[in-house]
Design a protein around this ligand. Structure first.
Ligand code: ATP
Ligand code: MG
Length: 422
């Protein structure tokens, strides 16, 4: 799917019936601090109010896991299983949702059980370049409408955009976080991206093994040719799609940032490639990128063998945020970085809607407390234009009364949820 060809639809336009994507029901069993939950989710805005440590973020985490197959907070699936369940012979948890999608019900289900087996490598879709916790020994079973599926089949069924206080790390944190961001966003809107990402990860792993053997004189450098070709083929797709996505985000983000920041400079996203090439346009981008990638591998060959690892490719790329001429990741204040991150998420939600023609479920985890009244007003106004929004808060005072009067409000207490009348 080429994003450059996609018309960006104005947010808030009336959805057609096909657009409908709503989580109707969520069941949790032994997930985090929810021993057992059956929750009918309303459409539109849902506010989940609760004291600290009651299960607000856990609930949004469950929705995020249904969308992406993994937690945004931890790499260890073991942490997701309720502590009390570890008294059982096989500790296990389940997250199930019934999603109303384009007029049909879709049942998405993830079951985790702590057994003495390693999860298959392909299920760790987005953590290739992060330390993985292999000792977690948790088996993950995904079912769609009752049929066992791979994680890759789940992704894209239910799209989410999450706003959290940790988004600021996207701007000022490690490049790996931004690559992960690009991978998750692209995977949700383009299944081919996800397949290429999985292949790229496998090829990269194999190629790194081979480079290590070559550096120890245990393998012949000629063997690299096969893996180079695969790396270039799969990696080129990732690079080109990331560039399309970044270009589409740039179209959307300028106006959003302008409004949120009160005109404090133009925000521009820049995708920095380790193969070091100016972005091409249209179909020639694939051919050009592949050529530059191949040349970059040739140039890096001696260094790669000396270090025993792959040094160029999308696993080494970065995304930077410039406000005017200034790199916000390096120079912006915390408040400015927060505004950049917020703009990014709002642009991402618009992008998802325009590409998939389905509303993403919008998750706002405790982000209001850090925003001034103007940014809060803008964020809530934008979020409310989506078909389903889940907002967590400790304090209902953060909302304007007419916003609350149109929302469904629930209280979260120690892993239980009940409606709250205001
Ligand atoms: P805050 O307002 O502080 O963000 P919250 O309502 O979002 O609070 P959560 O992050 O959802 O809180 O966590 C609720 C509780 O769940 C915490 O006390 C945490 O210790 C607990 N918890 C986390 N993992 C598990 C688990 N595997 N089993 C049982 N409880 C858990
Ligand atoms: Mg929380």
């Amino acid at each position: 799917m080429h994003l450059s060809l996609i018309q960006v639809r104005v947010n808030g336009s009336k959805p057609s019936k096909e657009d409908t994507l709503i989580i109707n029901h969520l069941s949790l069993a032994n997930f985090r601090n929810y021993a057992s939950l059956e929750f009918d989710l309303p459409p539109h805005v849902t506010v989940l109010q609760g004291e600290n440590a009651q299960g607000k973020s856990n609930l949004l985490e469950a929705v995020y896991i249904l969308a992406t197959s993994r937690s945004p907070r931890t790499l260890s699936d073991r942490e997701l299983i309720n502590w009390d369940a570890f008294k059982e012979e096989i500790p296990a948890c389940r997250i199930v949702s019934v999603v109303r999608k384009a007029g049909n019900d879709l049942k998405l289900e993830i079951a985790l059980s702590a057994r003495a087996v390693n999860p298959p490598q392909s299920e760790d879709l987005f953590s290739r370049w992060q330390p993985t916790n292999r000792s977690s020994s948790v088996q993950k079973r995904i079912r769609i409408d009752g049929i066992i599926r791979h994680a890759a089949d789940l992704i894209g069924q239910l799209n989410v955009v999450t706003f959290s206080v940790y988004d600021i790390d996207l701007v000022g944190g490690e490049p790996a976080l931004r690559r992960r961001y690009l991978d998750i966003t692209n995977s949700q809107i383009d299944h081919k991206y996800l397949r290429n990402l999985q292949r790229y990860n496998r090829v990269l792993w194999q190629r790194n093994q081979l480079l290590r053997l070559i550096s120890e004189n245990k393998a012949n450098p000629d063997e690299l040719a096969f893996w180079d070709e695969q790396l270039v083929e799969t990696g080129t797709y990732l690079i080109v799609q990331r560039e399309h996505t970044v270009a589409a985000l740039n179209q959307l983000i300028e106006g959003i940032h302008d409004e949120l920041s009160g005109g404090q400079g133009k925000l521009n996203l820049v995708y920095l490639k380790s193969i070091d090439k100016q972005s091409g346009k249209g179909d020639s981008a694939v051919k050009e990128t592949a050529e530059v990638f191949t040349k970059a591998l040739q140039a890096a060959r001696d260094k790669e063998i000396a270090q025993g690892m792959s040094l160029v490719g999308p696993h080494r790329d970065d995304l930077r945020f410039f406000v005017g001429e200034v790199d916000a990741g390096v120079y912006a204040s915390r408040g400015q970085q927060r505004t950049v991150a917020l703009s990014l998420r709002l642009a991402e939600a618009k992008l998802m809607l325009s590409v998939t023609k389905e509303h993403p479920v919008v998750l706002l985890d405790d982000v209001l407390s850090e925003l001034d009244a103007r940014r809060r007003h803008h964020l809530l106004g934008s979020a409310a234009s989506y078909q389903q929004v889940l907002i967590t808060t400790t304090d209902l005072d953060r909302f304007e009364q007419n916003f609350l009067s149109q929302a469904s409000i629930f209280r979260v207490t120690q892993g239980r949820i009940e409606p709250l009348s205001t």
